[in-house]
Design a protein around this ligand. Structure first.
Ligand code: AMP
Length: 280
């Protein structure tokens, strides 16, 4: 596996692949890799001739300098994992290669970016949309692979590719979970042992709420119960817990179309997110 840090070198490698008639898949990440990321790499290998992984801790999508500073950075270990997983090229640019001096453009996806995480993390999704657009244009990938773990992000990425006529097919991949149901996340390493033991309560309460809603319990009642269970387990705050239309993310008070139950909650200074399908 080759590692490149400059856009020019990246374009050179991709141009040679395309000249040879090969398709290119990209898996954008912020590093600190876990099996969830590797499942995206496996999907990319199955869906494209060549695979690029990117590692870039994007300063524009962090809402606080402390969170950016605390984000785990483990590039050497990550590169070893990616090489073993069969990645052809690692693109790991420094911030100035992505945002050169004078950078002034922002991509903003109205509507989809506004509720849920967007309501609590001002500017976050503009940062995500801007960097993903740049990664699509810099790599020229034919296919891109994103996790359903970040469901709102996945819908935003699909929409920006469509709206901006970027010729990339976006594939969503299922959330990988620990044996106890906790969604794998780079942030889980920041949980204390006691909080790690409490963390699966989020998914457990969401699953119970999803079953109750499917079984006819009013949405508001099922969500109130789930909130209570999450807080009783030791979470300090449930930032949001909502039933939304799966693609348009419109608020739902009944599961009358394909839906997702989405949540963000704080546990000992760590913000965890999760979502599950709730189909009619
Ligand atoms: P991140 O490094 O957190 O920005 O994540 C990079 C990609 O990996 C995103 O598309 C995430 O949705 C995806 N991802 C993160 N955690 C998981 C997981 N547990 N299962 C599947 N995909 C994931």
């Amino acid at each position: 596996m080759r590692t490149v840090r400059e856009v020019k070198a990246l374009r050179g490698v991709v141009a040679a692949w395309k000249a040879a008639g090969q398709t290119v898949g990209v898996v954008p990440t912020m590093g600190a890799l876990h099996p969830g990321h590797l499942s995206l790499i496996a999907a990319a290998r199955a869906g494209a001739d060549r695979v690029i992984a990117t590692i870039f801790v994007n300063p524009r999508q962090f809402d606080s300098p402390e969170d950016l500073a605390k984000y785990p950075r483990t590039e050497d270990r990550d590169a070893g994992m990616l090489a073993v997983a069969g990645v052809d090229l690692l693109f790991a640019p420094p911030p100035e290669a992505v945002y050169p001096q004078g950078f002034a453009t922002s991509v903003s996806v109205a509507g989809l970016s506004e509720g849920l995480c967007g309501a609590h993390r001002p500017g976050h999704f503009d940062g995500v949309a801007t960097v993903v657009t740049k990664l699509f244009l810099m790599t020229g990938a034919d296919r891109a692979f994103f996790g359903e773990k970040d469901w709102q992000q996945l819908q935003i990425v699909r929409r920006l590719a469509r709206d901006l006529n970027i010729p990339v097919a976006v594939t969503g991949c299922p959330t990988l979970r620990e044996a106890d149901g906790l969604a794998m996340s780079s942030r889980n390493t920041r949980l204390s042992p006691a909080d790690r033991a409490a963390a699966p309560a989020l998914h457990r309460a969401m699953s119970a709420a999803g079953s109750a809603i499917r079984g006819g319990t009013p949405v508001a009642d099922a969500l109130a119960r789930a909130r209570q269970d999450i807080l009783r387990a030791g979470f300090c705050e449930v930032e949001y817990l909502e039933l939304r239309g799966a693609e348009g993310l419109e608020p739902l008070d009944a599961p009358d179309r394909p839906a997702r139950l989405l949540a963000a909650a704080w546990l000992g200074g760590v913000r965890l997110i999760d979502n599950i399908v709730v189909d009619p």
